[in-house]
Design a protein around this ligand. Structure first.
Ligand code: FAD
Ligand code: 2HG
Ligand code: ZN
Length: 467
């Protein structure tokens, strides 16, 4: 046993230092990255995390923080050097406090997102962060990626949902910023540095998160329409009719939906006829369900009359609504079953989204005739998942992967012409670390590096990620 291993064992106990069977920690969800860690350490308290990091700082051992390991950009996966230690917060998975007057919950960083949602519901509250990985991602990972998901339209990104943080800095010092304050103008707001930092500035050990009153009624509708442009018209119409009660607004292409029904035989499209595009939307309210149902029906009826939509199915009850959402939630997994594609997670001003899809589709088709874009996502937030599957006649799944950089260049250069972003919600990790240099200004990159150097002068905290 190495000296480092025996000292880590003294801190967390032998059962919590993993020296083999690294696969669940060293490989990512997409099976794109296969890292080789030195060890995996699983501390049980913030003090243990601090002691582990202090030891790593003393021995200049690089650390990769990890929570649920569902990230899509390789941020939580070590390199192949065999020198990096994964520090997993998975054991720190408790809800510490629910304060229904302050409308906050204090949670350990390893708390599973779904557990938090369920705990909030038990108290008649809502924690609105919602994404398909919610059964396995953990709040420390959600905060570190500033995760988005399907309710950003109404409640904001994770950044808007975090009120306080407790963080172990790369020196091993424990910063206790676990405050549940709605107002605190006492200088730089440090928590924002760690939100979305993808583990490059410290290890989040706990958080105070914001709760909302649980809505009394939710109406889900699955809508058929002709084009992305019509979806923008519908968004504007629905916002006008229903205001901020519009909670989710997801665009789904026909091809994207067909992959879900192909690979999940138990799931059925809610509308009988085909359509090139669909929108899945939720409207929620704290008033009674019947009144909301009527308002949603009237709004969609008007959209039909105005020729914005072809058809729609309004869920008659919660179960029907859930079935509609299962189609959306299984989109990512259905694409895994279909074969590898080249993912893009782009942000575009909402008003330009249709123009972007037309331009990017045309540029890709010119370069790769028969290319098959799978377009879907959080169009209500201007965030499109634009995953590119290979033309069936000239490429195999494997040969398509060799086009990765060229496809990225086409798509991301197109994003840049719309003044968009090449990562709306998944982050940079190692996947986009080189590419970001092309799209972020030298000034922004320099300031980011200065911040990193000030907080982590030894560069031990998730080196090789983000910058
Ligand atoms: P991990 O994968 O463990 O880590 C993610 C990053 O955070 C890494 O860089 C890691 O080093 C760092 N990190 C983890 N824990 C800590 C900590 N305690 N302190 C400091 N740094 C830490 N993302 C979205 O935004 N929206 C979606 O709709 C969405 N849907 C998804 C659907 C599927 C099916 C899958 C597989 C993923 C999806 N994701 C989505 C991506 C992913 O689930 C999110 O990024 C999630 O927030 C990551 O959480 P995690 O606990 O798995 O983090
Ligand atoms: C989603 O919105 C996730 O479902 C994953 O962000 C998107 O599969 C993807 O590319
Ligand atoms: Zn998404």
């Amino acid at each position: 046993m190495s000296d480092l291993q025996s000292r880590l064992t003294q801190i967390v106990g032998a059962a919590n230092v993993i020296t083999d069977d690294f696969a669940p920690y060293a490989n990512d969800w997409r099976k794109k990255y296969f890292g080789k860690p030195l060890l995996v350490v699983k501390p049980g308290t913030p003090e243990e995390v601090a002691a582990v990091v202090k030891l790593c700082a003393e021995t200049k051992t690089p650390i990769v923080p990890q929570a649920g390991n569902t990230g899509l950009v390789g941020g939580g996966v070590p390199d192949e050097s065999g020198h990096e230690v994964i520090v997993s917060v998975a054991r720190m998975d408790k809800v510490l406090e629910v304060d229904t007057i302050n409308n906050t919950m204090t949670v350990e960083a390893g708390c599973i997102l779904q557990t938090i949602q369920e705990k909030a519901a038990e108290h008649g509250r809502l924690f609105p962060l919602s994404l398909a990985a919610e059964g396995s991602c953990r709040i420390g990972g959600n905060i570190s990626t500033n995760a988005g998901g399907v309710q950003v339209l109404r409640y904001g990104n994770t950044r808007e949902l975090v009120m306080g943080l407790q963080v172990v800095l790369p020196s091993g010092e424990l910063w206790d910023g676990l405050r549940g304050l709605r107002k605190d103008n006492t200088g730089y707001d440090l928590k924002h540095l760690f939100i979305g930092a993808e583990g490059t500035l410290g290890i989040i050990t706990a958080a105070v998160i914001k709760l909302f009153p649980a809505p009394r009624a939710t109406q889900t509708a699955f809508i058929a329409l002709e084009s992305p442009q019509k979806s923008l018209e519908l968004l504007s119409h629905m916002k006008g009719a229903l205001g901020d009660r519009l909670t989710a607004f997801e665009l789904i292409s026909d091809f994207g939906l067909s992959l879900v029904t192909k690979h999940f035989k138990n799931l059925k499209a809610p509308l009988p006829q085909t359509s090139p595009w669909f929108v899945l939307t939720d409207v929620s309210d704290s008033r009674d369900a019947a009144a909301l149902a009527e308002e949603v029906e009237v709004a969609l009826g008007e959209a039909l009359e105005k020729g914005i939509i072809f058809d729609c199915a309004i869920a008659k009850n919660e179960t029907e609504g859930k079935r509609m959402w299962e189609l959306r939630e299984n989109m990512t997994e259905s694409q895994v079953h279909e074969g590898r594609n080249i993912k893009h997670d782009v942000s575009i001003p909402i008003s330009k989204m249709a123009e972007f899809i037309t331009a990017a589709d045309a540029q890709l088709e010119k370069a790769y005739p028969g290319v098959r874009p799978i377009s879907f996502g959080h169009v209500g937030d201007g965030n499109l998942h634009y995953n590119i599957a290979h033309p069936l006649d000239r490429f195999t799944e494997e040969s398509w992967m060799k086009e990765w950089e060229h496809i990225n260049l086409i798509v991301h250069d197109c994003v840049a012409t719309f003044n968009g972003s090449i990562s709306a919600e998944h982050g940079i990790g190692q996947l986009k670390r080189e590419e970001i240099k092309r799209y972020k200004s030298p000034l922004e990159l320099r300031v980011m590096r200065q911040i990193k150097a000030a907080i982590d002068p030894q560069n031990i905290m998730n080196p090789g990620k983000v910058i």
